[in-house]
Design a protein around this ligand. Structure first.
Ligand code: SF4
Length: 317
């Protein structure tokens, strides 16, 4: 799962010492009735969202429903503390609390209040649990699908330490789209991700999901850590070889100035994102979203997938 950061204005360094973001990062702050209703529902049930944790730049668009009028959000389950410490992520690292046995019901209730047709469910990593939380995650999916038969569920899962039994448990709950993020290119993975994550392990997780019957698999790459174009190309090839259908490519932004968070090496220009878009499309991905503000759970992608899964034959961008 990817962490994402504050959004100062473009230009030189800000008062807090952060690099000012380039022009192409201007976004509207979250607002609106639907945004407020979703926020209240979440707080009342003690639920977190990646959208807030990561201060995602697309939050207002997603929660306020944008053009479709139907909001989307990414629910984070299994608590707000992760056992891992990836150098790009704003989620706190530490010793998580016990799982909440009521979470499947609470998550399903919140989705009901949000009135969404498509939801993304993700989680922190729980290396402290024997099955790394796979059964609990699956219970949340199953409860939501049971209570909302028309709902499309995308899951963005941990690697479960590569345990094929855990990925099978997730698939048995019948999510519509299964995602796991590769996050970065092979060379930079040890620098960018927690030491328990690995490039080939994540490829295996994606390959296992596809082999074991996932209809649509998805992943996300962040750029701006100093990767070279040919390394991104190699990663896209590896993902296609693992049967991945959907890929998003977005700009890494530093969540805080704390030493645990990597500095941004480069603000990748929109023309380079367009090059990655064309490169991935030539490789035959079903859907590609590549741009500075693109994030792993990206509304346009969800609308495309919703159309595809509901048989509307949507046109990929
Ligand atoms: S596994 Fe890494 S990316 Fe995911 S929540 Fe934990 S620290 Fe963040």
């Amino acid at each position: 799962m990817t962490g994402l950061p504050l959004l100062p204005v473009a230009g030189a360094a800000t008062g807090s010492g952060r690099p000012r973001l380039p022009e192409w990062f201007k976004v509207r702050p979250p607002s609106g009735e639907q945004y407020g209703a979703i926020k209240q529902a979440l707080r009342e049930r003690g639920l977190s969202t990646v959208c807030e944790e990561a201060r995602c730049p697309n939050l207002s668009e997603c929660w306020s429903g944008g053009k479709s009028g139907r909001g989307t959000a990414t629910l984070m389950v299994m608590g707000g503390v992760c056992t891992r410490g990836c150098r790009f992520c704003s989620v706190p690292t530490g010793k998580p609390g016990p799982l909440d046995p009521e979470e499947p019901r609470k998550a399903s209730e919140t989705i009901g209040i949000m009135g969404v047709g498509y939801v993304v469910i993700t989680s922190v990593d729980r290396d402290d649990l024997p099955d790394r939380g796979a059964a609990h995650f699956a219970a949340v999916i199953a409860q939501c699908k049971q209570d909302h038969p028309d709902l499309l569920v995308e899951v963005l899962t941990p690697d479960f330490a590569g345990n094929p039994g855990a990925t099978a448990t997730i698939l048995a709950a019948k999510p519509d789209v299964v995602a796991h993020n590769i996050e970065s290119v092979r060379r930079l993975t040890p620098l960018v991700r927690d030491r328990r994550a690995a490039y080939d392990q994540s490829l295996d997780v994606l390959r296992n999901y596809k082999r074991d019957g996932a209809k649509h698999t998805k992943t996300s790459i962040m750029v701006g850590f100093g990767e070279r174009e040919e390394e991104v190309e190699e990663t896209l090839r590896d993902l296609r070889e693992a049967g991945v259908d959907i890929v998003t490519i977005g700009q890494y932004l530093r969540p805080t100035q704390e030493a645990r968070h990597l500095p941004v090496t480069e603000f990748v220009h929109p023309t380079q994102f367009a090059k990655y878009q064309a490169m991935a499309q030539r490789m035959g991905f079903l859907y590609v979203a590549s741009g500075p503000l693109v994030r792993s759970s990206y509304k346009a992608g969800e609308l495309f997938l919703e159309g595809l899964i509901r048989g509307a034959n949507p046109v990929a961008p």
